[in-house]
Design a protein around this ligand. Sequence first.
Ligand SMILES: [Zn+2]
Length: 122
Amino acid sequence: MSSAQEVFADWTSGTEVISYQACPVCKSAWYFRRRFCPSCGASDPATKQASGRGVVYAETLVHRAPVAEAREHVPYKIVLVDIDEGLRVMAHGEADLEIGDRVSAAFKPFLGGIVPFFAKSS
Ligand SMILES: [Zn+2]
């Protein structure tokens, strides 16, 4: 296996995909890339594509832009979503999302790239 930095084709590089890692040993799933499982320490986690479907865990409406380039977007909704595969992601979402809503991800342009954007699903 190469020691070079692995390249993920996901939304951070402009591809409309949410990727995550999963442990081949204990089946934990997580979002931020690591070389070892945060639950059991096993190495060589698998990289997978998330379904983009889940449930809103928390939500907040951002009124103050964190950077000048984001001022045109305020107010905007930021959500934490528990994805069906067992990971939690932070993303943008529709303004009316509430905790417990069933959602699915699309993608929207934001600050020169794309970001996951969640909307209610049935
Ligand atoms: Zn594990």
